[in-house]
Design a protein. Structure first.
Length: 66
């Protein structure tokens, strides 16, 4: 699974990095960013899905890797 944040939709609520700080971080202005290359390590899929579901702007996209 790989995560991506659409910066045009993100409003900086911070729910993603509050829910899954190992998967998300914030920039200098408080907007969410994916950590690293956005890959979700094994065992962290639930946290990733929870962060996606809790984004008010639906700015987080994820896809399954082949």
């Amino acid at each position: 699974m790989k995560l991506q944040i659409d910066s045009t939709r993100c409003q900086g609520h911070g729910r993603c990095y509050d829910i899954a700080p190992e998967l998300f971080t914030e920039d200098d202005e408080g907007y969410g960013q994916v950590a690293g290359d956005g890959s979700v390590p094994p065992g962290r899929e639930h946290a990733a899905r929870l962060a996606v579901a809790n984004c008010p702007e639906q700015a987080i996209d994820f896809r399954q890797e082949a």
